[in-house]
Write a protein that binds this ligand. Structure first.
Ligand code: COA
Length: 265
């Protein structure tokens, strides 16, 4: 299908209200997070689908920080009146053309298995679309957004992986910096860290952060590292973290993201 009467355009400020209305009609929580993302992270990399002068769809990408050309898919929605005409695929094909021109290596999308009584799994059509376009499921985190609602992460390879380069992080030390609640979740936290010096954080330092998380009533705590930072395995295991998923070639070809989870209750 050609869909030549539809126009795919960069999102302008004047489009934002119409975009948010489309998202709100599908899920009011998504509306709030999308509004915040356009306000705080801006409209760069965001696109709308127009029919005549009306906005009927939205999609986009955001660059993953500290990676070699890895991207995350942003809010991807069509006005319900236009569902079932392959316009979702049309938007994503246009977006992938742009990403390929930017030499993107990989595109990830995070979604959920949230189901309501009336509609069942509200993201099922989206998941079907991603799979039909070649996205593969890489991670499932059970009870992530809420008890009973998993996070699903799909990855799409945009360029064949090249041989891995040298391991840049092997000898660097790691300092834990912050415990924070993850956006869009209920009582699920993550630990932030940075490279510093030569030493790795200790088991006791991690346990103190987990005590802090318990005091805040955290359900689970996540942390993730590049796959070549092996010195973290020991203190993570000793403080109760388990490996819970891998995003393949996330940082660069041959350098994956290892994710770990400590379930507190
Ligand atoms: C994801 C989305 C953009 C897909 O767009 P789309 O152009 O409708 O996709 P398709 O035309 O390929 O249809 C997908 C499925 O929708 C179903 N569908 C939903 N409404 C339909 C309608 N009015 N007419 C026909 N099919 C419909 C069909 O079962 C179809 O499945 P099939 O390919 O096996 O026939 C769109 O469904 C959407 O906006 N969903 C809500 C937002 C969302 O979940 N975003 C992702 C957040 S992670």
């Amino acid at each position: 299908m050609q869909h030549t009467e539809y126009k795919f355009r960069p999102m302008k400020r004047r489009h934002v209200d119409a975009v948010l209305k489309i998202i709100d009609a599908h899920d009011d929580d998504d509306f709030e997070y999308a509004r915040d993302s356009y306000e705080y992270s801006g409209r760069s990399g965001q696109y709308v689908l127009m029919y005549e002068d009306a906005v009927i769809g939205v999609t986009g990408y955001r660059r993953a920080s500290d990676t070699d050309n890895t991207f995350w898919l942003s809010w991807t929605y069509l006005d319900a009146e236009y569902h079932g005409q392959k316009l979702g695929k049309y938007m994503l094909d246009k977006l992938l053309d742009i990403l390929k021109q930017k030499k993107a290596r990989k595109l990830f999308v995070s979604t959920s298995d949230y189901a309501d009584y009336e509609r069942g799994n509200i993201y099922l059509d989206a998941i079907k679309l991603y799979k039909s376009m070649g996205f593969n499921e890489e991670i499932v985190h059970p009870d992530y957004y809420n008890p009973g609602e998993s996070q699903l992460i799909y990855g799409l390879v945009l360029q064949p992986p090249q041989p891995a380069k040298k391991r840049p992080n092997e000898k660097r030390g790691i300092v834990l910096t912050e415990l924070f609640e993850i956006d869009e979740t209920e009582d699920v936290y993550a630990v932030d860290w940075r490279f510093s010096g030569r030493k790795c954080f200790t088991t006791d330092e991690m346990k103190r952060l987990l005590d802090d998380a318990r005091e805040r009533n955290a359900h689970s705590v996540f942390i993730s590292f590049p796959s070549d930072v092996r010195k973290v395995f020991e203190p993570l295991e000793a403080s109760g973290f388990q490996p819970c998923g891998i995003l393949e070639n996330y940082f660069e070809d041959g350098l994956h993201e290892y994710q770990f989870r400590c379930t507190l209750r």
